[in-house]
Design a protein around this ligand. Structure first.
Ligand SMILES: [Ca+2]
Ligand SMILES: [Ca+2]
Ligand SMILES: [Ca+2]
Length: 503
């Protein structure tokens, strides 16, 4: 049974990897007179180990000759094993085992080296690699570009990368984020600073010397990376200002050609599409007769109308029925967009203004604002004492007046005239006006006065005009001579008198 157990153990140890406890690798140093030393990193299946529980053992023909655990090296932020290898004979072949504590396994490294007295391998930057699968010794830059630079022209030789500048690079040349691809497992350094692809800032005003360290850290190779300005398409504009240095028809001196999908003049502000708006209605003002404005967007194939809040339409033609600012985004078949705008105003509200001439006031709201075909509210022209309302300046005599069915502004003035009160027991029964009078003397009845006729006498008491039957309110006095006259207005019971002047 015991023999069987040892046979199984031997079988396990012969395999490339074995599971078990952390090995107790102790060398009897006093048996050996020579040493060599290592600063080594450990790599299992492509992963560099990083636990201080991991350890390496050096063996000659299965005999342990040196061992160490990994130590953290803060100066380079990595884990290395520092150890001596002991021997009495030079050129013995040393091989290695790695204890991987995370997976709790011992693996045989493919790394071997011949013993040399007092020889040292490895330092904190370029350590000696001990791995179970052979690591790459290539230290090349395979590809190199800059974040946001697009598809740049570049030449990569054995130790130099030359990149044609373009507009993006020239604008950002002091702060470029390099994106690169290296040999498998290799690392890029700027001095001793490790550089991560896509997460760096470089100033490429001058060419830069960078270093590539191979995966096995045996090769540290210098590379020159430089950005150059050229005129590859020979259009007279160098790559740092030529937005397309592979097309001679495109450069900052070219004229923008619409709808060809190209930024011909290298100026994003002069768009490949030019939006326009045709106004078929011919006016930008809505009123009572023009209740809609028809417009059509031009310049592209896709349309989007906005009023600043939401999309209102996606056809080229658009019917505007409300005042406001309207913008259309026009996109051409190349995907370029431009916008055009039109402002529509409204003149569908009107002002009703009422004013009074000397001799009266206006009662009611003035001015009033009404919309198309609406009505205003009632206003009344009220004469002051000694005056009488004559008419409105537009000829209307309706008082109070209410303007209806409005389709234009109205501004009118109430006219008044001096009137003579004709009273009975202190109560005005009639007003006669104008006074003085030229042609027609008018009589207004108030307070239920009733005209039963009149007589007009001159200064000598002679009756010059009369009508004792008609209930008249307008007397033609044009035939009278100038002078002072007496009028007697008859009521149902008595007659009232007043003096007026004929001029
Ligand atoms: Ca050019
Ligand atoms: Ca060009
Ligand atoms: Ca164009």
């Amino acid at each position: 049974m015991k023999t069987y157990f040892y046979n199984i153990l031997a079988l396990i140890l012969l395999h490339t990897s074995a599971f078990g406890q952390a090995p107790n690798w102790q060398v009897n140093e006093s048996q050996y007179q020579y040493t060599m030393s290592f600063a080594a990193f450990l790599n299992v299946n492509g992963t560099t180990l990083s636990s201080t529980n991991d350890k390496v053992g050096a063996f000659v023909n299965g005999e342990l000759r040196g061992s160490a655990n990994l130590l953290y090296v803060s100066s380079t932020d990595r884990y290395l094993a520092y150890f001596l290898v002991f021997a009495n004979t030079i050129n013995e072949t040393i091989d290695f085992k790695i204890y991987d504590s995370v997976n709790n396994q011992i693996v045989n490294a493919t790394t071997t080296i011949n013993f040399q007295i007092d020889k040292h391998y490895g330092n904190v930057f370029q350590a000696f690699g001990i791995a179970n699968t052979t690591l790459s010794n290539q230290a090349n830059i395979l590809d190199f570009s800059f974040d946001g630079a697009g598809d740049v022209n570049k030449t990569i030789t054995s130790n130099k990368v030359t990149i044609d500048s373009n507009v993006f690079i020239s604008q950002n040349i002091i702060d470029l984020n390099a994106i690169f691809q290296l040999s498998p497992g290799a690392t890029l350094y700027d001095g001793t600073q490790k550089i991560v692809s896509g997460s760096n800032t470089f100033n490429f005003t001058n060419s830069k010397i960078l270093k590539v360290l191979s995966q096995d850290e045996t090769i540290l190779k210098e590379w020159t990376v430089e950005v150059v300005i050229v005129d590859r398409d020979s259009d007279g504009y160098n790559s740092d200002i030529d937005c397309d240095d592979s097309n001679a028809t495109i450069n900052p001196g070219a004229t923008e050609i619409l709808n060809n999908g190209l930024d011909d003049d290298c100026n994003p502000l002069t768009l490949d599409v030019l939006a326009g708006i045709t106004n078929e209605t011919g006016t930008t003002i809505l009123n009572c007769s023009t209740t809609a404005v028809s417009v059509t967007a031009t310049g592209g194939v896709i349309y989007s109308w906005y009023d600043g809040l939401s999309e209102l339409g996606t056809e080229a033609n658009f019917l505007i029925t409300e005042p406001g600012n309207y913008t259309v985004t026009v996109t051409n078949s190349s995907g370029f967009s431009d916008t055009a705008s039109i402002t529509i105003t409204e003149n569908t509200s009107f002002v009703l203004a009422y004013t009074a001439n000397t001799g009266g006031i206006i009662i009611g709201t003035t001015p009033q604002t009404v919309r198309c075909y609406e009505s205003g509210s009632s206003v009344e022209a009220i004469p002051n004492t000694g005056y009488v309302f004559i008419d409105w300046s537009d000829g209307l005599t309706t008082n109070p007046r209410t303007d209806t069915n409005i389709d234009k502004d109205i501004s009118v003035t109430a006219n008044f005239d001096v009137a003579l009160d004709v009273s009975e027991f202190g109560i005005t029964k009639f007003k006669i006006y104008p006074n003085p009078v030229d042609n027609v003397l008018k009589i207004i009845t108030v307070n239920n006065g009733t005209i039963g006729g009149y007589e007009i006498f001159d200064a000598l008491g002679r009756r010059v005009l009369f009508d004792l039957k008609n209930n008249t309110n307008a007397i033609d006095v044009s035939t009278l001579y100038n002078g002072v006259y007496l009028i007697k207005i008859k009521t149902d019971k008595r007659e009232l008198t007043a003096r007026f002047i004929k001029i």
